[in-house]
Design a protein around this ligand. Sequence first.
Ligand code: C2E
Ligand code: MG
Ligand code: MG
Ligand code: MG
Length: 293
Amino acid sequence: SAKAAGKSQYARYTHDMHSAAQHRLELQSALAQALARNEFVVHYQPIYQLDGEQSTVYGVEALLRWRLNDQPVSPQEFIPALEETGDILPVGDWVLEQACRQVRAWQQTGQSHLSCSVNLSSRQLRQAGFAARVAAILQASGLEAQFLVLEITEGLLMEDSPELHHNLRALARLGVRLALDDFGTGYCSLGYLQRFPLHILKVDKSFVMGLPQDREQSAICRAIIGLGKSLGLQVIAEGVETEQHRQFLLDEGCQHAQGFWFARPCSSQDMQQLFNALDSCGLLAGHATPAVP
Ligand code: C2E
Ligand code: MG
Ligand code: MG
Ligand code: MG
């Protein structure tokens, strides 16, 4: 009967709700110990300079990795869980320390102008004294502020927290650069681009995906590149997966790009091998580093 069907649907619904909540709790309790247990790893994805046919590595983006029961868990799942519990604060500091130290080491072994991009959660930026801690981490690692890029998202700029605004200004004064990640997917008004000390726009991969066939996506990419140029901001395209994507972006004057076509995010050891290969033959990009599951 309809009533019985409704009842079993309800039972399944509550069962799913229960297991989703349970899963989240398990995830969060495992995450609470993950830092102390050394379970986090920072991977790196190279960001290339699109100058003509020869591509050189301009910087790397640090991307956090974590495995549960020997299975990789997506950052889209565990980062929100860390944000909810507040564990993103110590974990975020740890990522910053690791990335700054690693990039400084790569600078000292030949990649002298390599930049270091690190993603931030809004909770980190709302924390009093965050900018001072970034300064201390830079000092301890020996990385100059100009080589650190902190990636934030649009929504954050609309938050009305005095600490956040203080931190953003203090970071800019330090000489750290700020990038607006996933640009075009949030709710930010263009006025914010002017009000905040931003340096870089990152074109979201959802707009790069359809290049050059999709007319709307092509128009959006062109507009973002043009906007960056007229505002004096650097533009980095993400999600470059094909030679057609790369060619379109190059033709439109986009200076930097990252994506699977160049290289997948990989361990620091694999990144080191990529640098060795680039150094030994001034290699043309377009070879993929080994995919890391
Ligand atoms: P994001 O900052 O926009 O990072 C780019 C994401 O796109 C990464 O996903 C990367 O692996 C993926 N990607 C790179 N090239 C391509 C491509 O050619 N095609 C496609 N389809 N994807 C590509 P990932 O590593 O899963 O990270 C997802 C998000 O998690 C990041 O997005 C970032 O918002 C967040 N995240 C990662 N690490 C951290 C961290 O240390 N702290 C914080 N707060 N967030 C992080
Ligand atoms: Mg990012
Ligand atoms: Mg992004
Ligand atoms: Mg993203």
